[in-house]
Design a protein around this ligand. Structure first.
Ligand code: SAM
Ligand code: SF4
Length: 340
């Protein structure tokens, strides 16, 4: 049976936004413990809570049938999920049918040397690799468990097989401020675009104080502007990213500023956790459990109804706010849960 056809009405939320982008967290586990993302002693979910790969397939296929054209696989670290390539291979059929326009991945890069070739074979063409520093010692500090060399090998492997790599770096005050041009220059020599992300108040704060870590991208952008000619690009992805081109290198630099920019009006995305919770907004607690309807019946109509009911609850926007120097609109769940 072709599970793409017949076409069914697309997903439109109450603010007339079409939902065309699904981010899927396939695991809450990770081989790193980045300080802004996880605590050192994380308790992970028992296996039975997780959607199986077949369930992930059924859910993602339902979304694709309902108009999702872009699927980003994330986590935790997606490439540490056992047999994850089986899931990627299953999604290839949606690329082949034309229903899915892009299958992509956000990774810490640690397993890329192993999986780059297979990823390319499944139809993945572009990936995001998260990397905040090029200094070995600082890398070990920020990721707690990571090794820089392994990630750099992974990036090499990805580029070698033809995957287009974009680097995502969290902008951290007093941590990678001094590496702005080193990171930009390194990306330029490798033909990679670079996006900076403002640190977000996710998870419990523990001993890290995110107000201290907060480095405004306005400031970062101004510093880039002192050395390069910046041209604003009209390109919008329906998400919180804005782009400029550095005229001297031709490089595209992105800024993800969920805290200082209101991007919600064009939001086209929802997020699915590895347990089947659908978050309609990264910055709101409201979610819909899709695992229950998924497991309750083999009939996909039940699942589709649950998805439509969830989208009908998508809020207008988030409430993140650092403006009063207290962390407002703070979320209690970790980024690794909703998948960043
Ligand atoms: N493990 C993969 C990785 O690191 O790319 C995918 C999941 S990770 C949660 C996705 C992205 O979220 C990464 O780029 C990471 O740097 C970012 N991230 C995690 N916690 C964050 C926070 N508190 N604020 C801003 N970005 C965060
Ligand atoms: Fe793992 Fe990515 Fe979170 Fe770092 S940011 S701990 S690599 S999930």
């Amino acid at each position: 049976m072709n599970d793409i056809l017949p076409a069914i009405p697309p997903l439109i939320d109450p603010f007339a936004r079409a939902i065309s982008y699904l981010r899927v967290s396939v695991t809450d586990r990770c081989d790193f413990r980045c300080v802004y993302c996880m605590s050192e002693s994380m308790t992970f979910l028992p296996k039975k809570e997780l959607l199986t790969l077949e369930e992930l397939d059924r859910l993602c296929s339902a979304f694709v049938r309902m108009g999702v054209e872009k699927l980003r696989i994330t986590g935790g670290e997606p490439l540490v999920r056992r047999d994850i390539m089986t899931f990627f291979r299953a999604m290839t059929r949606h690329l082949d049918s034309g229903a899915l326009k892009e299958l992509t991945l956000t990774t810490n890069g640690s397993q890329l040397a192993r999986f780059a070739g297979e990823l390319f074979d499944t139809g993945v063409r572009r990936i995001n690799v998260s990397l905040d520093t090029l200094d070995e010692k600082k890398f070990a500090d920020i990721t707690r468990w990571g090794r820089l060399a392994q990630v750099l090998d992974g990036i090499d492997a990805a580029q070698k097989v033809g995957l287009k790599v974009k680097i995502n770096a969290v902008a951290l005050k007093g941590f990678n401020e001094d590496e702005l041009f080193a990171l930009q220059g390194w990306c330029a020599t490798r033909g990679m675009d670079l996006t900076f992300i403002e640190v977000m108040p996710m998870g419990d704060l523990g001993n890290e104080d995110r107000l201290d870590q907060y480095w405004s991208l306005k400031d970062l952008r101004a510093r880039l502007g002192e050395r390069f000619t910046l041209t604003d690009l009209a390109e919008r992805t329906g998400g919180p990213a804005r782009y400029v081109r550095l005229e001297e290198t031709g490089q595209k630099i992105g800024f993800i500023t969920p805290l200082t920019h209101n991007f919600c009006e064009s939001c086209n995305r929802v997020r699915l956790t590895c347990t089947g919770e659908l978050y309609m907004c990264l910055g709101q607690e409201d979610m819909a459990d899709l695992r229950a309807p998924l497991r309750a019946s083999d009939n996909d109509a039940v699942l589709e109804d649950a998805i439509r009911a969830a989208i009908a609850r998508k809020p207008k926007g988030h409430d993140f706010d650092y403006s009063r120097q207290v962390v407002g609109g703070q979320m209690t769940r970790h980024m690794s849960h909703t998948g960043g």
